[in-house]
Ligand binder design. Structure first.
Ligand code: ADP
Ligand code: MG
Length: 359
């Protein structure tokens, strides 16, 4: 069993005038077998959280429990080798003088003598990542994707309670990423909790049960991928996850519980909300794919600045014709390609009102 309980952890680097707060009051629970992704821009504190769980950083406040045991807390710091935590880094960190099989066996040799059972475990771990035929190769005889699979086998071989991934796919090309995503999904077990760091929202939403969106060392939202996509809690989450448009609209009236009628630049539309807004204006987020072309003159007018072909659609960037010229990013079907420099009329098919206290 391997649940992780993180309570109000704080971390500062440096001191005095050079002090820098990397984490402030971060809390989360990861259940047995759970898979949480930490998603956020560079410098938001993702790696620091992983290092704190692994025992590579001491805390300035708060505590971390793994399987009911406090591993970090006031006056407590269990060293990394006493935590059953494995880490997979972006740069795979294999030992160049060891074969693939020796690299995978290495964590076992730290605590046990070499045995036939151990060799079987290494073979099983390599089979799990489809690498058995390459067991006797050296790291410099492997591709980037193969090296990363060795790192994954090495992380899994000791049946860790926790596997931490730090941007494991960042240096791989698109096809290899999908292969590794399959292997990572396959590596899940009810005994292992996974924490997976990425700045790639597509990856976080595809793999994790729950995603924590971080910015400036704080969690903005910790939710299921569906809830993050449909009901972002803050403007930061709305724009970072799914590149949503954020508009300030006038509140007209409630239509039904959870639905409100709004007006933006003379265009009237409905949006989903948790609570009926109490103010006269509301921040609304609209996914690029939640726009459609409108009949002439009865929509939201947009001046088209750029059109990017996306294979199955066009991503169109432009500015609102009326009002404050807000920028919009809109995904339109291939059949509706607008010309650069032209004006088009849009409808909003789905929108979400951000909670009123949202940052
Ligand atoms: P992320 O992994 O999200 O990119 P990090 O956790 O690595 O972010 O870093 C969070 C913040 O802490 C950043 O502003 C970074 O510059 C700072 N930081 C990280 N490690 C150190 C360190 N060893 N010394 C000083 N500052 C650090
Ligand atoms: Mg990092």
């Amino acid at each position: 069993m391997a649940s992780i309980k993180i309570r109000n952890i704080c971390k500062q680097y440096g001191s005095g005038a050079n002090a820098h707060t990397a984490l402030s009051n971060v809390s989360m629970d990861i259940p047995d077998g759970g898979f949480v992704a930490l998603l956020g821009p560079s410098g938001s504190g993702k790696t620091t959280i992983l290092r704190a769980i692994a025992g590579l950083e001491t805390l300035d406040g708060g505590s971390i429990e793994i399987d009911g045991v406090t591993v970090s807390g006031p006056n407590t710091h269990l060293p990394p080798e006493q935590r059953r935590v494995a880490v997979v880094f972006q740069n795979h960190a294999l030992w160049p003088q060891m074969t693939v099989a020796e690299n995978v066996m290495f964590p076992l040799l730290v605590t046990h003598k070499r045995s036939a059972e151990m060799e079987q475990r290494v073979r099983d771990a390599l089979a799990n990542v489809d690498l058995e035929p390459l067991a006797e190769r050296y790291p410099d005889q492997l591709s980037g994707g193969q090296k990363q699979r060795v790192a994954l086998a090495r992380a899994m071989v000791g049946n860790p309670q926790v596997i931490l991934f730090d941007e494991p796919l960042a240096s791989l090309d698109v096809e290899l990423r999908r292969d590794m995503q399959r292997l990572i999904a396959r590596s899940r077990s009810p005994q292992t909790a996974i924490v997976y760091v990425t700045h790639n929202q597509e990856e976080a939403l595809a793999l994790a049960d729950r995603v924590a969106v971080l910015s400036g060392g704080k969690i903005h939202q910790l939710d299921t991928p569906l809830a993050l996509s449909q009901e972002p809690a803050t403007r930061m989450v709305a724009s970072f996850v799914g590149g949503r448009n954020i508009l300030q609209a006038k509140v007209l009236r409630s239509v039904a519980p959870g639905t409100v009628l709004l007006e933006f630049n003379g265009y009237t539309f409905t949006a989903r909300c948790h609570h009926q807004p109490t103010e006269t204006t509301a921040w609304v987020s609209v996914q690029p794919s939640a726009f459609a072309c409108a009949a002439q003159d009865d929509g939201l007018g947009m001046q088209v600045d750029y059109v990017f072909f996306q294979g199955d659609s066009h991503l169109v960037e432009g500015r609102c014709v009326a009002g404050e010229n807000n920028f919009l990013t809109v995904r339109l079907p291939l059949s509706e390609k607008p010309a650069v420099g032209s004006q088009c009329q849009l409808r909003i098919t789905d929108a979400w009102v951000l909670p009123e206290n949202a940052a």
